[in-house]
Design a binder for this molecule. Sequence first.
Ligand SMILES: O=C(O)CCC(=O)C(=O)O
Length: 289
Amino acid sequence: MLTPSQIDEFHRNGFLNGGRILTDDELDALRADLDHILEKGPDGFSDAEPHPVSFRNMSQRGDELAALAVWQIVNIWEAAPAFQQLIYHPSIVKGISQLTGAADLMVWHDQIQYKPPNYGGATRWHQDAPLWPIILPMTPVSAWIALDDADEGNGCMWMVPGSYKWGDQMDFLRTQQHLEQRDEFMNIEGFAPPADSEVKAVAPQPRPVKSGEVSFHHSLTWHGSPFNRSDRPRRAIAIHYMTGESRFVASGQHLMKQFVTLEDGEPMAEAGEHFPTVCRDGEPVGAPA
Ligand SMILES: O=C(O)CCC(=O)C(=O)O
């Protein structure tokens, strides 16, 4: 359970380190499952076996930094038992329920972001919700769980406190895509917060997260992560949830749309087996046996 002061901190900043939630055994099982899937690689799965929805290198550069990689695996929970347990983890699910105020929650999708040692690429500044145009209302809060200590050295996430209060600013953030290195990541320039906003300054900060800890962020919080040029891996998973109010928007496009079996405006709670319910009436339902 999060405390009232943690919940206040989240509402002030749009992010929160919720502390350690995984045991050493749980961490070992998650790392073993992830390493197994990384070894198989994007082309190592037959259609007949459980496989993630997508497995790709997000950092497809054509220049001298082409060796940099950010391996993104979407819905690893469908391919690996330890990750299936994780999406139902009571501390994560309860935390999301407290921070959203939502009694019912479903999984929207999960997303591994693995930055390999020495050659880890950047995840550029962005907001999540504008990239998810097939659900409304916007999913408010995500959980990000570190499988390695993530710090400034190996490309931890950076966030801008209070930025979620400025609404959809993706058009502006697309102008900041040149910021990729650790030493330049704080140099966001050219944005004036709305005059009536209580948050007046753009003040990016690194947000280290230790392995086994969960970090929560609002889906409009400005965030991203620079290169990993350290000799350490940076393995982590984000789990994005939907609230019981979420409805399908048929006009939008998204990787997960192929699995939605609904008409426009119907509740995402009925979207099918790729979007399992994890919380009902404020209580985590627990992982299937
Ligand atoms: O893992 C990262 O560095 C970025 C993750 C992210 O963008 C997210 O969780 O929404």
